[in-house]
Design a protein around this ligand. Structure first.
Ligand code: C5P
Length: 225
């Protein structure tokens, strides 16, 4: 049987990644972080010197790469680039500022999005798991619009900056706020992830702590399935 899908969208710092991960663990589901693939593609482009703004170059990279991500337990992301058979563990590298600051340049290309969306659907279908939480920006609207559970997770810009600053040691809160505001602004030109599409449940975590946010998601899933 196909896995039960829980689609979660939201901006950086909404709690989406950590809450989705904990909710998936509690449900016995896998977790697919789609942003990791966009980050890995940006990493690959930076690594090979390809032009991130050139869609054809990004598609050529996608033709040649092998991408793998673990859906259970600690997430590991690995990339193999064509011509260089070595496997790169990019789990940590894709979280660095060098990648975060450039990733919107690769995620803006429509055909890149289509190719990655097809890859996400394949990863879920082949997972062999009872359920998968899939999180990103366009999951509720494009990747899995028919998922039985669709959630948009939000939080105020101030709360999001506070949470991110806690994760990124050495950066001031102002710097973090400026960074995520800039990335959200670029990303929002491609996908509207700030407003729930019809039928999508809004979970605002501004006044929820981590545990309450996880409970909110798990509660919605249990209500529906
Ligand atoms: O979720 P995360 O912040 O790791 O996503 C990194 C980047 O990947 C986003 O800033 C966005 O440009 C892109 N992304 C996307 N669509 C998704 C997930 C991520 O465009 N479904």
């Amino acid at each position: 049987a196909d896995p039960v899908l829980v689609a979660i969208d939201g901006p950086a710092g909404s709690g989406k990644s950590s809450v989705s991960r904990a909710a998936a663990a509690r449900l016995g589901f896998g977790i697919l972080d789609t942003g990791a693939a966009y980050r890995a593609l940006a990493w690959a482009a930076l690594q090979t010197g390809a032009d991130l703004d050139d869609e054809a170059s990004m598609l050529a990279l996608l033709d040649a790469w092998h991408y793998s991500i673990t859906l259970l337990g600690a997430q590991r992301v690995e990339v193999e680039l064509g011509g260089a058979p070595a496997r790169h563990d990019v789990t940590a590298a894709i979280r660095e500022h060098a990648v975060s600051g450039q990733v919107s340049r690769v995620s803006k290309h429509p055909e890149v999005r289509e190719r990655l969306n097809a890859m996400f659907r394949r990863i879920v279908a082949e997972s062999g798991l009872p359920g998968v939480v899939i999180e990103g920006r366009d999951i509720t609207t494009v990747v899995a619009p028919n998922a039985p559970v669709r959630i948009l997770m939000t939080a105020s810009p101030e709360v999001r900056a506070q949470r991110r600053a806690g994760e990124l040691a050495g950066m001031s809160q102002e710097q973090v706020l400026a960074d995520i505001a800039a990335r959200d602004a670029k990303d929002a030109q491609v996908v509207d992830f700030m407003h729930p599409a019809p039928g999508v449940r809004l979970v605002d975590t501004s006044d929820l702590d981590f545990e309450q946010s996880v409970e909110a998601v798990v509660g919605i899933v249990r209500e529906v399935s």
